[in-house]
Design a protein around this ligand. Structure first.
Ligand SMILES: C[S@@+](CC[C@H](N)C(=O)[O-])C[C@H]1O[C@@H](n2cnc3c(N)ncnc32)[C@H](O)[C@@H]1O
Length: 208
């Protein structure tokens, strides 16, 4: 499947009906999702035939894209039942059967029971800006526990030095694959502008 084709399919994925601020329910745009997944697939060969986890999967844009790129299975994890309901409907619409779902709070779940169970973890985690400081690093810690090969994640560029330090403390290498402009649509009442651009790093974490 070509990049453009993937992006145009992902534009059809439904997103949050009533996004919850405290859960940072900002969907990944079809453009960013397609670029991320296409790079993970074509540059690193970390999707096709692999067991993939999508942490904070929301309505499933990353999982469905991974399924379309022939992941062996992509398992989405999210705390929110409403988002998972939309995910289920999306999966039916797209007729993908290589996806599965787990409802859980990734800050509390015993990730050790999933230790190295997945080849690849992909995620667009909450950034920790809504009274939940540090949640991005809790997601990253869980992802690194669960993945045997690599973790692909989005982090605010302004936190890069902090992320580097954590990766170093945890004995993993990281590579910033791309610097992206994340167009945050004005989905919440407190957003006065139509959309706000924030700078985001697309990072690959791997063990050596
Ligand atoms: C930035 S959104 C990304 C959604 C989706 N992956 C996407 O790319 O469109 C973050 C997601 O993390 C989920 N989330 C927030 N806190 C969580 C927690 N403690 N445990 C599990 N999921 C959580 C939210 O419900 C939301 O779906």
């Amino acid at each position: 499947m070509k990049l453009k084709e993937l992006e145009s399919c992902l534009q059809q994925v439904d997103t949050f009906e009533e996004p919850k601020i405290l859960l940072e329910q900002y969907p990944t745009s079809a453009h960013i999702a397609a670029c991320m997944l296409y790079t993970i697939h074509s540059t690193f060969d970390d999707i096709e035939g692999k067991l993939v986890a999508d942490l904070g999967c929301g309505c499933g844009v990353l999982s469905i894209g991974a399924a379309m790129l022939d992941a062996g299975l992509c398992v989405g994890f999210d705390i929110d039942d409403d988002a998972l309901g939309v995910f289920r409907r999306n999966a039916e619409e797209f007729d993908v059967c290589n996806v599965d779902l787990v409802q859980c709070d990734l800050c509390c779940v015993e990730t050790e029971s999933y230790a190295q169970r997945f080849d690849t973890v992909i995620m667009n985690p909450p950034f920790g800006t809504k009274h939940n400081q540090g949640i991005d690093m809790r997601f990253l810690r869980a992802a690194l526990t669960m993945a045997s090969t690599a973790v692909y994640s989005l982090h605010k560029t302004s936190t890069r030095e902090h992320v580097k330090k954590k990766a170093n403390d945890w004995g993993v290498k990281m590579e910033v694959i791309a610097e992206l402009r994340y167009d945050l649509p004005a989905s919440y009442k407190f957003h006065k502008k139509k959309s706000v651009d924030i700078e985001v790093d697309f990072i690959r974490f791997f063990k050596t």
